[in-house]
Design a protein around this ligand. Structure first.
Ligand code: PMP
Length: 448
């Protein structure tokens, strides 16, 4: 239902019911209907809704000062959050710059990389290689680095063309390679691209360690991560991890990079970092990159709301909650439970062709044929239909119809990290109900 009195628009008009309140993993609308927040919004609400510690901390800060401009004052919430962030990220990442969202974080990472190169007398380096498919944000810089044509197309004449390589969508490859060899095959595409572009023109390589909206929780073979780091080192190319979605514990480690013992040069975070309590993001970088920039006159970049004490007090409470409640280890354990449950779906629903993910960033993908991995017909509008059928039944999930250039319906299941095993059971039973309803209306077989 569209409200004729609504003056508001987003990507389109908003027909959804009014939200009343949140409680843990649940959201409740004004009619009193309860929904399991099975995607933490857009993979944001990592510690669930209405967390008392976070609310208390925000209220305390609110009574003191909601804003103090950083050129006029230092604030304890921003200094403390920076220190806590450094303590929770791998050694070597020890300078923090705050922003208010993911696109801002990506832009900040790229601009820091460029200014660092200038301090090193490497002004010829300006190209940022990214991957296709990928998602890095909607602002012009982040959009150029995003590998997803439908979002880019209207703006292409206004974007600075940057080189792209294929993201390792290895589940679609029908070759006889081992997992390790496949990972290396994709990593070598980076080396080839750097050589093709001219190494002294390449500034950085930007990647989501685990694909988010772009590829649906797609994890590359282990060999990929280490080889990419090696290649970047070989050519003095900075490695930027976009952990906007994967950061802050979502995958069972504070940063996804830790799964492969990789230390990127710069990491972008947002989403779970503010966890829905404040618009907040950060880049974390090596001091050796930041200090020369500050010495050379400063970082020519900044946002008015960056590091404001209210948002930082929320972020600090979020990180304390992650740590003190052991939520990152809990996410890893619950991720195993969820992955088992999702894999079991494949026994009953032949149109599920792949299940993947790490920690509580998981996904499944629909196919017409598991052998060929051909997608379901577009007319079924599967990605939208299953989301609606689940929503009607009180479960929120997140979907996309994309494999970058080609199509494929994938669904992200990424509940708040506080979810219990019993609540995973509750979520799966609604999901199965929605899958049954989808199969019935689409005329697809279900194995019982
Ligand atoms: N990078 C990644 C990996 C993302 O998932 C997103 C958001 N989906 C962004 C960047 C952009 O973040 P924001 O929407 O907060 O600008």
């Amino acid at each position: 239902m569209t409200d004729a009195r609504s003056y508001l628009f987003y990507q389109s008009r908003n027909p959804r019911p009014f939200l009343d309140r949140g409680e843990g993993i649940y959201l409740i609308d004004e009619a009193g209907k309860r929904y399991i927040d099975g995607s933490s919004g857009a993979m944001v609400s990592n510690i669930g809704h209405s967390n008392p510690r976070v609310l208390d901390k925000i209220k305390t800060q609110m009574d003191k000062a909601t804003f103090g401009y950083r050129l006029h004052f230092r604030t304890h919430p921003s200094e403390d959050l920076a220190a806590k962030t450094v303590a929770m990220t791998p050694e070597g990442l020890d300078r923090v710059f705050f922003v208010s969202g993911g696109s801002e974080a990506v832009e900040s990472a790229v601009k820091l990389a460029r200014q660092y190169a200038l301090t090193q007398g490497q002004g010829t380096r300006y190209k940022v290689i990214s991957r296709f498919p990928s998602y890095h944000g909607s602002t012009f810089g982040a959009l150029e680095l995003t590998g997803y044509d439908p979002l880019r197309k209207p703006f292409v004449p206004m974007l600075a063309a940057m080189p792209k390589i294929a993201a390792p969508t290895t589940y679609l490859d029908r070759d006889n390679l081992t997992e390790e060899a496949r990972g290396l095959k994709y990593a070598e595409m980076l080396r080839d691209k750097i050589l093709e572009e001219g190494p002294d023109t390449v500034l950085a390589f930007l990647m989501e360690p685990i694909g988010g909206a772009s590829t649906g929780a797609l994890v590359a073979p282990d060999s990929y991560y280490a080889r990419v780091r090696e290649i970047c080192d070989e050519f003095g190319v900075l490695l930027i991890y976009d952990e906007v979605m994967t950061g802050a514990g979502r995958t069972g480690k504070f940063l996804a990079a830790e799964h492969w013992d990789i230390t990127p040069d710069i990491v972008a975070m947002s989403k779970g970092f503010g966890a829905g309590y404040a618009p907040l993001g950060a880049i974390v970088a090596r001091a050796a990159l930041v200090e020369p920039v500050l010495d050379a006159g400063g970082f020519l970049h900044g946002f008015t709301y960056a590091g404001n004490p209210l948002a930082c007090s929320a972020g600090l409470a979020v990180l304390e909650e992650l740590e003190e409640q052991g939520l990152i280890a809990h996410a890893a354990a619950m991720g195993d439970v969820l992955m088992r449950e999702l894999r079991a779906l494949m026994d009953n629903y032949p149109f599920i062709g792949d299940v993947r993910g790490k920690g509580l960033l998981t996904a499944f993908e629909f196919v017409a044929n598991r052998e060929t991995m051909e997608p379901l017909p577009k007319e079924l509008d599967a990605h939208a239909r299953l989301v609606e059928l689940a929503y009607e039944r009180g479960l929120i999930i997140y979907s996309r119809r994309t494999r970058g250039g080609t199509s494929g319906d994938h669904f992200l299941i990424a509940p708040p990290l506080i979810i219990s095993e019993a609540q995973i059971g509750e979520m799966m039973s609604i999901l199965r109900d929605a899958l049954d309803a989808f199969a019935a209306e689409a005329g697809l077989p279900v194995v019982v």
